[in-house]
Design a protein around this ligand. Structure first.
Ligand SMILES: O=C[C@H](O)COP(=O)(O)O
Length: 229
């Protein structure tokens, strides 16, 4: 099970590395735009790599429209950041051709913009390392995202493929849970979704009650560690 953050915000990534069992960081041009134009895009990516280390995965999207353009973006990202970076490539005809080529060169591929089993199966066959189905966007299109994930997971198993499903586009924690249950190995989400889920009043109320009960016995501000030996 892998948990990734869908952001290029350095403070959020630093917090994620510190607090979470974080497996990596993903982004796309819309997420980059949300952050505002960063002066040196590659230096920003290198900063993310320094924060997450080599043990976590970094997924950066190519923006070229043609196969040649996608491959040129991929090579530039791999030169400027490192060759371990997963290149996110949209799963259309130009993208599938780029995936095949990049995999033949030994690169890492995350097939993105997946809305259908059909796209997912093609990306598995093209050798993609990760598939990124867009869960919330599928839900809004009345597509059964969990069935798509389950069918793709079954296909991966049948083929003994090394591809993993990195489900993306989440707006609720229920969608995240359901994606894992359906067979996704990894999920990526905005930091605000995790903050919201962990900051729920019920958790805070429970912790406050435990503190009150403990302090009523052993004094205000006391902890277990402060008990006499
Ligand atoms: O890279 C894909 C994003 O996770 C899509 O998320 P979104 O549907 O919230 O824009």
């Amino acid at each position: 099970m892998e948990w990734l953050l869908d952001t290029i915000n350095l403070a959020a990534i630093e917090k994620g590395v510190r607090d979470l069992p974080l497996a990596g960081v993903t982004s796309n041009p819309t997420i980059v735009r949300r952050e505002g134009k960063v002066d040196d895009f590659f230096e920003h990516l290198r900063q993310i790599r320094r924060l997450i280390g080599d043990e976590r995965t970094l997924h950066v999207q190519a923006v070229g429209q043609t196969t040649a353009g996608i491959l040129a973006d991929a090579h530039r990202i791999m030169t400027e950041v490192d060759s371990a970076t997963y290149i996110k490539i949209p799963t259309n005809a130009a993208g599938l051709a780029a995936m095949k080529q990049l995999k033949a060169e030994g690169g890492h591929v995350t097939a993105t913009a997946i809305y259908s089993e059909f796209q997912g199966r093609l990306a598995i066959a093209a050798g993609a390392d990760y598939l990124a189905p867009y869960v919330n966007r599928m839900v809004n299109m009345n597509i059964d995202a969990n069935q798509v994930i389950a069918h793709l997971a079954a296909q991966i198993e049948r083929d003994h493929a090394a591809t993993k499903i990195l489900a993306a586009s989440f707006h609720t924690v229920q969608q995240v849970n359901d994606a894992f249950t359906a067979g996704a190995q990894a999920v990526t989400m905005g930091p605000e979704l995790i903050d919201q889920a962990l900051g729920t009043p019920a958790i805070n109320d429970a912790v406050a009650q435990f503190t009150t009960d403990w302090e009523s016995l052993y004094g205000e501000g006391s902890t277990i560690n402060q008990l006499p030996e």
